[in-house]
Design a protein around this ligand. Structure first.
Ligand SMILES: N[C@@H](CCC(=O)N[C@@H](CS)C(=O)NCC(=O)O)C(=O)O
Length: 118
Protein backbone atom coordinates (compact mmCIF):
# COMPACT_ATOMS: atom_id res chain seq x y z
CA UNK A 1 0.00 0.00 0.00
CA UNK A 2 1.32 3.43 -0.90
CA UNK A 3 1.94 6.20 1.60
CA UNK A 4 -1.01 8.15 0.17
CA UNK A 5 -3.34 5.14 0.54
CA UNK A 6 -2.31 4.74 4.16
CA UNK A 7 -2.78 8.45 4.83
CA UNK A 8 -6.24 8.41 3.22
CA UNK A 9 -7.39 5.34 5.18
CA UNK A 10 -6.16 6.82 8.44
CA UNK A 11 -7.88 10.13 7.74
CA UNK A 12 -11.17 8.44 6.81
CA UNK A 13 -11.00 6.22 9.90
CA UNK A 14 -10.36 9.22 12.16
CA UNK A 15 -13.25 11.12 10.60
CA UNK A 16 -15.61 8.17 11.13
CA UNK A 17 -14.44 7.62 14.66
CA UNK A 18 -15.23 11.19 15.62
CA UNK A 19 -18.81 10.01 16.24
CA UNK A 20 -17.88 7.34 18.77
CA UNK A 21 -17.22 7.83 22.46
CA UNK A 22 -13.84 7.53 24.18
CA UNK A 23 -14.56 4.09 25.60
CA UNK A 24 -15.71 2.68 22.24
CA UNK A 25 -12.82 0.24 21.73
CA UNK A 26 -13.31 -1.24 25.18
CA UNK A 27 -17.04 -1.62 24.59
CA UNK A 28 -16.42 -3.12 21.13
CA UNK A 29 -14.00 -5.69 22.55
CA UNK A 30 -16.95 -7.27 24.36
CA UNK A 31 -19.06 -7.59 21.24
CA UNK A 32 -19.15 -10.25 18.54
CA UNK A 33 -21.39 -10.39 15.50
CA UNK A 34 -22.74 -13.72 14.22
CA UNK A 35 -23.38 -13.33 10.52
CA UNK A 36 -22.77 -14.65 7.00
CA UNK A 37 -21.58 -12.83 3.89
CA UNK A 38 -24.69 -12.86 1.68
CA UNK A 39 -27.21 -11.98 4.41
CA UNK A 40 -28.60 -8.48 3.63
CA UNK A 41 -29.53 -7.81 7.25
CA UNK A 42 -25.98 -8.71 8.31
CA UNK A 43 -24.67 -6.32 5.68
CA UNK A 44 -26.68 -3.49 7.23
CA UNK A 45 -25.03 -4.13 10.57
CA UNK A 46 -21.53 -4.52 9.10
CA UNK A 47 -22.01 -1.21 7.25
CA UNK A 48 -22.95 0.51 10.47
CA UNK A 49 -19.85 -0.90 12.16
CA UNK A 50 -17.74 0.42 9.28
CA UNK A 51 -19.45 3.81 9.51
CA UNK A 52 -18.73 3.99 13.22
CA UNK A 53 -15.15 2.87 12.58
CA UNK A 54 -15.10 0.26 15.33
CA UNK A 55 -13.79 -3.28 15.11
CA UNK A 56 -16.07 -6.02 16.33
CA UNK A 57 -15.20 -9.69 16.07
CA UNK A 58 -17.13 -11.22 13.16
CA UNK A 59 -18.20 -14.85 13.56
CA UNK A 60 -19.27 -16.36 10.25
CA UNK A 61 -21.75 -19.17 10.84
CA UNK A 62 -21.38 -20.55 7.30
CA UNK A 63 -17.62 -20.77 7.41
CA UNK A 64 -17.33 -22.12 10.94
CA UNK A 65 -19.77 -24.76 12.14
CA UNK A 66 -18.79 -24.22 15.78
CA UNK A 67 -19.98 -20.60 15.52
CA UNK A 68 -23.35 -21.81 14.25
CA UNK A 69 -23.63 -24.23 17.17
CA UNK A 70 -22.68 -21.46 19.64
CA UNK A 71 -25.34 -19.16 18.20
CA UNK A 72 -28.13 -21.72 18.44
CA UNK A 73 -27.06 -22.88 21.90
CA UNK A 74 -26.48 -19.40 23.33
CA UNK A 75 -29.01 -17.26 21.51
CA UNK A 76 -31.71 -19.86 21.10
CA UNK A 77 -32.26 -19.55 17.35
CA UNK A 78 -30.29 -19.82 14.12
CA UNK A 79 -31.17 -16.34 12.85
CA UNK A 80 -28.51 -13.81 11.88
CA UNK A 81 -27.42 -11.14 12.43
CA UNK A 82 -27.04 -11.64 16.14
CA UNK A 83 -24.89 -9.50 18.40
CA UNK A 84 -23.36 -11.24 21.41
CA UNK A 85 -22.65 -8.80 24.25
CA UNK A 86 -20.43 -10.07 27.01
CA UNK A 87 -21.07 -8.69 30.50
CA UNK A 88 -18.48 -8.12 33.23
CA UNK A 89 -19.59 -11.25 35.07
CA UNK A 90 -19.01 -13.46 32.00
CA UNK A 91 -22.70 -13.86 31.15
CA UNK A 92 -23.79 -12.91 27.67
CA UNK A 93 -26.74 -11.15 26.07
CA UNK A 94 -27.75 -12.30 22.58
CA UNK A 95 -29.41 -9.56 20.55
CA UNK A 96 -31.27 -10.39 17.32
CA UNK A 97 -32.87 -8.06 14.72
CA UNK A 98 -30.65 -5.80 12.63
CA UNK A 99 -32.55 -2.62 13.61
CA UNK A 100 -32.23 -3.40 17.31
CA UNK A 101 -28.55 -4.24 16.89
CA UNK A 102 -27.86 -0.97 15.07
CA UNK A 103 -29.73 1.05 17.72
CA UNK A 104 -27.77 -0.72 20.45
CA UNK A 105 -24.43 -0.07 18.72
CA UNK A 106 -25.25 3.60 18.36
CA UNK A 107 -26.36 3.87 21.99
CA UNK A 108 -23.37 2.02 23.45
CA UNK A 109 -20.64 3.33 21.16
CA UNK A 110 -21.66 6.88 20.22
CA UNK A 111 -22.66 8.38 23.53
CA UNK A 112 -19.48 9.27 25.47
CA UNK A 113 -21.27 8.80 28.78
CA UNK A 114 -22.70 5.42 27.83
CA UNK A 115 -19.42 4.19 26.42
CA UNK A 116 -17.55 5.08 29.60
CA UNK A 117 -20.17 3.59 31.87
CA UNK A 118 -20.42 0.15 30.21
N1 LIG B 1 -35.82 -9.17 10.79
C1 LIG B 1 -34.53 -9.79 10.84
C2 LIG B 1 -34.38 -10.70 9.64
C3 LIG B 1 -33.12 -11.57 9.72
C4 LIG B 1 -33.16 -12.70 8.73
O1 LIG B 1 -34.19 -12.96 8.07
N2 LIG B 1 -32.02 -13.38 8.62
C5 LIG B 1 -31.94 -14.54 7.79
C6 LIG B 1 -30.66 -14.55 6.98
S1 LIG B 1 -30.66 -13.22 5.76
C7 LIG B 1 -31.90 -15.77 8.69
O2 LIG B 1 -31.09 -15.84 9.57
N3 LIG B 1 -32.79 -16.72 8.43
C8 LIG B 1 -32.81 -17.97 9.17
C9 LIG B 1 -33.89 -18.04 10.18
O3 LIG B 1 -34.57 -17.01 10.42
O4 LIG B 1 -34.06 -19.09 10.76
C10 LIG B 1 -33.45 -8.74 10.93
O5 LIG B 1 -33.71 -7.59 10.52
O6 LIG B 1 -32.35 -9.02 11.43
Amino acid sequence: MSFLDTLLRTTVRRARRSSVGPGADRVASRLSLYHFDSCPFCLRVRRELARLGVEVELRNIHRDRSRYDELVRGGGKQQVPCLRIENDDGTAEWLYESSDIISRLQADLCSPGAAEAV
